[in-house]
Design a protein around this ligand. Structure first.
Ligand SMILES: C[S@@+](CC[C@H](N)C(=O)[O-])C[C@H]1O[C@@H](n2cnc3c(N)ncnc32)[C@H](O)[C@@H]1O
Length: 224
């Protein structure tokens, strides 16, 4: 299991954790219900035949929630650093009786190290914090060793989907992924990076960008 080295004190999230309201604290206290023990995954009959999808930094959980609702036979696992986002996803799950979402709380770089290899159909990294300044490039989620880690967790022919409305981040991501031999970039022409997959729903963060005239780009890679 290759692991991504995490440099001490290098963070990938922006801002600071704000304190939670009482309602959010109550929702967060339900997190245990949504935890996933990967070692039990194969033994649990409930997930037999399910495809596994993994979202890194789901924010308020708009995309993972809608995909889980649309595909009840598959299992959707999301990681988020901030508790507020987690409470927003828990609220959606509980209001809509969704049974196929698991939630992991913390730094996805560390969490990935403890996930078995070759299990995901797709990994999604939608609108990661762009860290546009050159001196902050270490904070970007996509790094050369992270690409190895992501590739190791995806099944052969599985996909890595990355989107951003920051041209610099898209350029950075493409250049690092093309340097590695783990993925093929599934793009034949501009519509392939200007348009998302057919069943894709935008996120709140993406809509904010569109309102401010930031065009979204969608990169789709297939594991070799
Ligand atoms: C710009 S927001 C985008 C959220 C969401 N993907 C969307 O499209 O609305 C980036 C999110 O990634 C989360 N994040 C950044 N680095 C992370 C990490 N290392 N582990 C877990 N979550 C992370 C942040 O907390 C934030 O919620």
């Amino acid at each position: 299991m290759p692991s991504s080295k995490i440099q001490k004190n290098v963070i990938t999230v922006r801002g600071r954790e704000r304190s939670l309201t009482i309602k959010q604290k109550n929702l967060f206290s339900n997190l245990d219900k949504y935890k996933l023990d990967f070692s039990l995954l194969k033994k649990d009959k409930k997930y037999k035949g399910s495809k596994l999808f993994f979202e890194i930094g789901f924010g308020s959980g708009d995309i993972i929630y809608r995909q889980a609702k649309l595909n009840p036979n598959d299992l959707f696992i999301g990681v988020e650093y901030y508790r507020k986002g987690i409470t927003q996803l828990i609220e959606k799950i509980e209001n809509n009786n969704i049974e196929n979402i698991k939630i992991l709380h913390g730094d996805a770089r560390k969490i990935l190290m403890n996930i078995p290899d070759g299990i995901f159909e797709e990994i999604w990294l939608f609108f990661p914090d762009p860290w546009p300044k050159n001196r902050h490039e270490k904070r970007r989620f996509i790094q050369l060793d992270m690409i190895d880690t992501l590739a190791s967790k995806i099944k052969k022919d599985g996909k890595l989907l990355i989107s951003s409305d920051d041209k610099n981040y898209i350029g950075w991501t493409l250049s690092l992924l093309l340097m590695k031999n783990c993925f093929n970039w599934l793009a034949l022409g501009p519509s392939d990076w200007r348009l998302p997959n057919n069943d894709y729903f935008g996120s709140r963060y993406e809509k904010k960008g569109i309102k401010s005239d930031r065009e979204p780009y969608f990169l789709k890679f297939q594991k070799i």
